[in-house]
Design a protein around this ligand. Structure first.
Ligand code: SAH
Ligand code: SF4
Length: 474
C-alpha cells in the first residue's frame, strides 16, 4: 500500500494565466494510482497543473482506499490535516475520492465541514462538472453514482504524457467475486470491462510518449471481457503484444479460480509478457479458503502453479496472504506456512485480517486476537524474507535484462551513477555504468539493458551495465 502524491509532470507556473494548482494524495493500490492519473488528465483541460505541495494548491484531492482498516485510518488522518489547511487558506477547494468516499459519501461532508466535495469510484469522469458547480454556486457536492459503464474514471483520450517508462492501464473496473472479507465489490461496483480498442488506443498513445512497459489492472483480469462478450484476456494480451515499440506487458490481479489454460499458454507464446505472475493465495487451508469464498482449493492452486512452471520454469511467483481470518486455527495457519514453503514465492504481501463494512466475514465467529494476528504476520514475513533472499542470491553473477526506468533513489549518496530498473521477474535492480562518472547514462532510460548482478539485498539487486564493443549499452 502506498501513500503518495502525484509527481508533477512539468513545473507548474502560477504566473501563467489560467493555471490552477492541483495536489493529489493517493492511498492504496495501483488502481488508485491509475485513477489519480485519470484525475490529473481529466482536470488538465480546466487549467489544473499538478503541484507537489498541498500548501500551494488551489485544489487538493485525497484519493482513498478502504480495502484494509489501516488504509482507511490513513485517509482520515490526512483529512484531519486538511482541516488545518482550510483554516489557513479558506479559498482552497478540498475533495475526497476513492473507495472511502464511495462508501461514506454524505457522511464525510457531515463529519467534516471543511470538505467541499466527495466523489465516488465511478465519478472521476464528472469531476469538471462537479468543480464547475462548486465555483458557480458554492454548494458542497456529493457524487457517488455508480453510473453506466464506460464512464468510470476512463480517460477520454490516451493518458499520454508523464515521461514514465512504465505505466498502469486499467482494463476493467469493479469485481463480482465477493470474497467474504473484501469491500471491493461494494465500493468499486460490479465488474465492467473496457473495450479492447480503447485499451489498445491508450497503450499506443502511451508508447508514443515514451512508455515501454504497461501493467494491466483489474481485480480479476482473467474474467476480462467475459460478461460483455468482448474478447478473452489472453486474446487482449495477444493484441497488446503486437504493439510496436512496447517492450513489456505485466498484469495484476489474477484470481486463481479463473487462471485458465488459455492464459497459461499465453506465457508460452507472447514474448513481451513478463516472467512474473501475482497469484493471491490468501490462505493454504481449504477450510479457510471455503469460508473466504475463494472457490479454489489448495490443491487447485498448486496444480495451476505446477502447470505454469512447466510452461515457464523460471517464472517469478508472488502472492497475497491474509493471516487471522475469523476461525483460522493454528493448524489452518500452519497449512498457510506450508503452502508458502512449497511454492517458494519470490515475494509476498501479507496482511492481518481486518473487518470491513459490508463484507460478510465481519459477522463470522472466531475472531483471532490482534496479538495472535501480529505473531502470525511476523512468522509469514520471516519465512518469506529467507526465501526472497535465496531467490535474490541465486541471481548474483548472472546477466539480467533490465528495463531502465530512471535514477535510483540512492543516487544522492552514491559517487557513481546509480540507475534503476526491473528484471522481467519484477526484481528491482540498481545499477551503475562500468566507470563511475564517465557517462551521461540518460540514453539508457526506456531501453532494455544487460546488467551483471553483483550483489543481492533483501529487497533489490545491485549490478553493473555491460557494454558492447562499441561502447553502447547492449
Ligand atoms: N482482487 C485482488 C485483490 C484486491 S485487494 C485479488 O483477488 O487478489 C488486495 C489484497 O488485500 C487482497 O489480496 C487481500 O490479501 C487483502 N485484503 C483484502 N481485504 C482484506 C481484509 N478485510 N483484511 C485484510 N486483508 C485484506
Ligand atoms: Fe476482493 Fe475477491 Fe474481488 Fe479480489 S477477487 S477484489 S479479493 S472480492
Amino acid at each position: 500500500m502506498t501513500g503518495k502524491s502525484l509527481k508533477p509532470y512539468k513545473n507548474p507556473d502560477r504566473g501563467e494565466p489560467g493555471v490552477k494548482l492541483l495536489y493529489i494524495q493517493t492511498i492504496g493500490c495501483q488502481m488508485n494510482v491509475y485513477d489519480s492519473d485519470c484525475i490529473r488528465h481529466i482536470l488538465e483541460p480546466s487549467g489544473y497543473a499538478i503541484t507537489s505541495c498541498p500548501d500551494d494548491a488551489d485544489l487538493v484531492i485525497l484519493n482513498t482506499c478502504a480495502v484494509r482498516e489501516k488504509a482507511e485510518q490513513k485517509a482520515f488522518s490526512f483529512l484531519g490535516r486538511l482541516a488545518d489547511l482550510k483554516r489557513r487558506r479558506p479559498e482552497v477547494i478540498l475533495g475526497v475520492g476513492g473507495c472511502v468516499a464511495q462508501q461514506q459519501g454524505h457522511a464525510i461532508l457531515g463529519r467534516m465541514p471543511y470538505i467541499d466535495f466527495v466523489f465516488g469510484t465511478r465519478a472521476i469522469g464528472r469531476l469538471p462538472q462537479i468543480l464547475d458547480r462548486i465555483s458557480r454556486t458554492g454548494a458542497r457536492v456529493v457524487d457517488v453514482e455508480m453510473t453506466a459503464p464506460g464512464t468510470p474514471g476512463e480517460p477520454s483520450s490516451p493518458l499520454a504524457g508523464g515521461g514514465n517508462v512504465s505505466r498502469f492501464v486499467t482494463i476493467m473496473q469493479g469485481c463480482d467475486n465477493y470474497c467474504s472479507y473484501c469491500v471491493v465489490p461494494y465500493v468499486r461496483g460490479r465488474e465492467v470491462s473496457r473495450h479492447p480498442d480503447r485499451i489498445l488506443d491508450e497503450i499506443r498513445g502511451l508508447v508514443a510518449s515514451g512508455v515501454r512497459e504497461v501493467t494491466l489492472l483489474g481485480q480479476n483480469v482473467n474474467s476480462y471481457g467475459a460478461k460483455e462478450g468482448l474478447c478473452s484476456f489472453a486474446q487482449l494480451l495477444t493484441r497488446i503484444n503486437d504493439i510496436d515499440g512496447l517492450s513489456r506487458i505485466r498484469f495484476t490481479t489474477s484470481h486463481p479460480k479463473d487462471f485458465s489454460t488459455d492464459l497459461m499458454s499465453a506465457f508460452g507464446t507472447l514474448d513481451k509478457l513478463c516472467n512474473h505472475i501475482h497469484l493471491p493465495a490468501q490462505s493454504g487451508s481449504n477450510a479457510v479458503l471455503k469460508r473466504m469464498n475463494r472457490r479454489y482449493s489448495r490443491e487447485d492452486y498448486l496444480d495451476r502453479i505446477a502447470h505454469l512452471r512447466r510452461i515457464r520454469p523460471d517464472i517469478a511467483i508472488t502472492t497475497d496472504i491474509i493471516v487471522g481470518f475469523p476461525g483460522e486455527t493454528v493448524e489452518d495457519f500452519e497449512e498457510t506456512l506450508d503452502l508458502i514453503k512449497s511454492v517458494e514465492y519470490d515475494s509476498l504481501f501479507a496482511f492481518m485480517y481486518s473487518d470491513r463494512p459490508c463484507a460478510p466475514a465481519r459477522r463470522y465467529p472466531g475472531k483471532v486476537p490482534e496479538a495472535e494476528k501480529r505473531d502470525r504476520l511476523a512468522q509469514v514475513l520471516d519465512l518469506q524474507k529467507r526465501a526472497t533472499i535465496r531467490h535474490n542470491h541465486a541471481l548474483v553473477g548472472t546477466i539480467q535484462t533490465v528495463l531502465a526506468e530512471g535514477l535510483s533513489k540512492r543516487n544522492g549518496i552514491s559517487e557513481s551513477f546509480q540507475w534503476t530498473g526491473r528484471t522481467t521477474t519484477n526484481k528491482i535492480v540498481n545499477f551503475s555504468f562500468p566507470e563511475a562518472g564517465e557517462d551521461t547514462p540518460q540514453p539508457c532510460i526506456g531501453k532494455l539493458v544487460s546488467i551483471r548482478i553483483e550483489k543481492a539485498l533483501s529487497h533489490s539487486l545491485m549490478g553493473r551495465l555491460i557494454r558492447s564493443d562499441r561502447g553502447q549499452p547492449v
